[in-house]
Design a protein around this ligand. Sequence first.
Ligand code: 15L
Length: 282
Amino acid sequence: MLITGAAGRIGTWLRGGLPERGWAVRCLDVVPVTDVRPGEEHLVADITDLAAMLDAAQGAAAVVHMAGISGESTWPAISHANIEGTYCVLEAARRAGVPRVVLASSNHATGYTPRPGSGLLTEADAPPRPDTYYGVAKVTMEALGSLYADRYGLDVVCLRIGSAFAEPTSTRHLSTWLSPADTVSLVDAALKAPSPGFSVVWGVSDNTRRWWDLTVARALGYEPADDAEVYAEALIEAQGEPDLADPVHARVGGEYTLAEFDAENFDPPAPRADIAPGSGVR
Ligand code: 15L
């Protein structure tokens, strides 16, 4: 199984957890992985290089696509890395005969969606409503995945990842956190579910304060083990009780929906020598 963005934060968690769930891991990133583990294969390549991606995908049972810019940036940067990059990953998988692709979508594909008055928000009740150019690229990722599933018969599972960090660091994360262990469980479920076709699921731990529904993810086989609530007391003491009327808590995308996330406030990504691991693109 090929992981793009293997040197990044989520890629590193997956490299740690997927082998014990039976997966042989081929790692791809634009920078070398520094902590090489036994049994791993390694490739250094840019996801927007279709020929390199085609070589990388040969013989893989699946592709887990985690590479790309992991937050808001300029339109040229996002459209190249996150839209062109996703096209190359799917097209390489198709041409190489890889039957399944797991895509790192994001809650920001639906970021302007309001918190429901009551109950949990299902994926079906959160159609595309991006909050940033980053979110637009995630909508496009889901659309490309849908096309490749319908037209070419690939199984494509899109994970609308919440806040995938080692620990929650804000009161929003008390709802949106996806723990490292649950990230591994979710990707493993997306890889193993029998014939998922095209599927879009929220990626969130079983947080007491979550308001994104996990029925579809659980049906895929996801069994979350973590709950951000264990961090609640300390975070609320430091940051105050969340005001659910504040857009940060009242919309799926939180702070990404605020004016400070206007793309003009973002610099283009760092030059190649400084590029962050996991970006998978130059
Ligand atoms: C994401 O998609 C980003 O990659 C991550 O950096 C966080 O901003 C996260 O969403 C979030 O919504 O917390």
